[in-house]
Design a protein around this ligand. Structure first.
Ligand code: ZN
Length: 203
């Protein structure tokens, strides 16, 4: 399986990082080895001193497809989840400045938290789902899928122009405002609607 990630999909987050509003979605991949093993803590890697949490809504693809029209995109997923796109921000900034790919900053082992998935029928409107990240009992990132620049079905249309989507692939749909560094002993809880989708300890 592969993980397809979208960058800069929420306006407030773009302003936070002083990025330009892109003409197209920013797309990058994470390998399956980046998935944090269930019930394991997240270990801050020794090559970074500024790893940020990015809480993101996840889409699990359950049908193979290529060149999917957004009108039919809803047929390609039946579950929605929540996760974290951990990012070594210091390393990413260095790589960006040199125009180099970001993989070392975003695709390392453990950098993809894949929390629980829920049937999309649980949500009356997939384009209006609240979610938030709580760090040590404080809400640090709050979002709603209605604030996405590119909505779920548009993302599926866009990424499937480039990549054949296969059963089990996961799309990370981008993070809202409030990204920040994690420290050892932090505890990160993610909520999608009313459901607690993950509970991660940082070491
Ligand atoms: Zn992200």
């Amino acid at each position: 399986m592969k993980i397809i990630c979208i960058g800069r999909n929420y306006t407030a987050h773009i302003e936070e990082l002083a990025n330009e509003r892109p003409e197209h979605p920013v797309v990058f991949l994470k390998p399956d080895t980046s998935i944090l093993i269930k019930k394991q803590p997240f270990f801050i890697p020794d090559f970074s001193s500024d790893v940020h949490h990015e809480v993101e809504v996840l889409i699990k693809i359950d049908r193979i497809g290529k060149h999917i029209d957004k009108k039919f995109a809803h047929k390609y997923y039946s579950e929605i989840g929540l996760g974290i796109d951990f990012t070594a921000r210091d390393l990413q900034s260095q790589l960006k400045a040199k125009g180099l790919p970001w993989e070392k900053a975003k695709a390392f082992d453990g950098a993809a938290v894949v929390g629980n998935f829920y049937s999309k029928t649980k949500f009356p409107d997939v384009n209006d789902i609240d979610f938030f990240l709580q760090k040590n009992k404080q809400k640090v990132q709050v979002g709603n899928t209605s604030f996405m620049l590119w909505k779920i079905d548009e993302l599926i249309e866009y990424v499937s122009k480039y990549f054949t989507l296969k059963i089990g692939d996961i799309i990370f749909t981008g993070t809202p405002a409030g990204v920040g560094a994690v420290q050892p002993n932090d505890r990160l809880l993610g909520f999608l609607g009313k459901e607690q989708a993950f509970d991660i300890k940082v070491k």
